[in-house]
Design a protein around this ligand. Sequence first.
Ligand SMILES: NC(=O)c1ccc[n+]([C@@H]2O[C@H](COP(=O)([O-])OP(=O)(O)OC[C@H]3O[C@@H](n4cnc5c(N)ncnc54)[C@H](OP(=O)(O)O)[C@@H]3O)[C@@H](O)[C@H]2O)c1
Length: 247
Amino acid sequence: MSDLNVALVLGASGGLAQAIIGELIADSQIDKLIAVSRNPLPEHLAERYSQDTFQWLETEYNETDMATVVETLQPYRGCIIRVVICHGILHSETIWPEKRLEDISADALQAVFQANTVVPTLWMKLLHPVLKGPERCVVAALSARVGSIGDNRLGGWYAYRSSKSALNMMLRSLAIEYARRVKNVKLISFHPGTTDTALSKPFQASVPEGKLFTPQFVAQQLCAIMESAEINGELSYLDWDNKVIPW
Ligand SMILES: NC(=O)c1ccc[n+]([C@@H]2O[C@H](COP(=O)([O-])OP(=O)(O)OC[C@H]3O[C@@H](n4cnc5c(N)ncnc54)[C@H](OP(=O)(O)O)[C@@H]3O)[C@@H](O)[C@H]2O)c1
């Protein structure tokens, strides 16, 4: 077991993920950050961060390859103090958020659920032996307020909304089992607010003035929330302002 304090960012090439990487690397508590992505290490990150403190692992998101990533983390067993799971798609070349019933497609539902629900859940399955240890460890999964069933007044966005609701339910069950088996871990389902990244780009015109956050602001908020979170065996569903979101 290493004596380093390690942070892990999963789905590391996105807009929010890169700001979170910056914030965690700047945190004096954290000795090493490991980032995992489908994509190669972006050049600007390779130039900015030293290989002693920053490692980038490339993987496909199937269980076998993800298990290989977790094997690589074995030297840091019990030393991982922060995990941020950043996976999420809202649109792609072939997927667009549904406005009406006719827009619903099985292929899009499956692709969105795979990225938004299945991949984060597999990480939580595979990571539990390396997260278990004496250190306080806080895991945040990037969810969304539109995953709140109680808060859904507009409808639409069937795949994205329901994949985030399903993510929340997965995390709730995971928190119950982690409370029994991996007691040092706290789980947070986090809503960043509308943030200026590729994911929100096509929808930014309708965002009220002052309500489109920079990724850096959100990353600071999330890191402060993770720092102060109590290890209580429960899942917290929180927004960027540390306010509880109804299920
Ligand atoms: N931006 C917002 O306004 C907003 C609002 C609410 C919630 N969120 C949530 O915040 C998270 C980060 O979003 P972002 O704004 O940073 O978006 P982004 O820049 O588009 O990043 C997308 C992220 O999803 C991963 N990803 C993309 N396609 C995937 C696939 N097919 N399978 C698995 N992972 C995939 C990417 O990881 P790789 O490095 O592996 O490519 C990347 O981390 C998402 O969960 C999103 O739902 C964002």
